[in-house]
Design a protein around this ligand. Sequence first.
Ligand code: CMP
Length: 146
Amino acid sequence: DAERTFVMVKPDGVQRGLIGEIISRFEDRGLKLVGAKFMQISDDLAHEHYGEHEGKPFFDGLVDFITSGPVMAMVWEGQDATRQVRTMMGETDPAESAPGTVRGDFGLDLGRNVIHGSDHADEGANEREIDLFFDEDELQDYDRID
Ligand code: CMP
């Protein structure tokens, strides 16, 4: 079914000039961009967004990193969009990501892995993350012509 998924180019991806490359990959794949926000994540938003990782050894570094510069937050829509995006992103660890995936092609390490996408295995993740970053009236409704 057509569904919406949350995707974000992290500060390393923005700073390395990878926003366009990443958007192109999703557009070429046939996914539809319905929301985009170039923004600075606050400390509070970082804690909410990554709440499930609170208490883990990498949590403080993760919050520091994700607030270290602007991110490109996006909502993409399409058939099975969450799984499609996960496939195109690669694994969390770039070293384990196949060439041709965003992290396999551009990721440097577990922290600087260029991109975030909602967890496919986590049922409510998409809705939760979209709600956290976007108001409903910031999401656009239009037809993609393929
Ligand atoms: P992301 O998909 O944004 O979700 C949580 C992030 O935490 C993950 O990508 C990684 O960038 C980061 N992360 C996960 N595990 C580790 C780890 N062991 N060390 C450092 N960062 C991690």
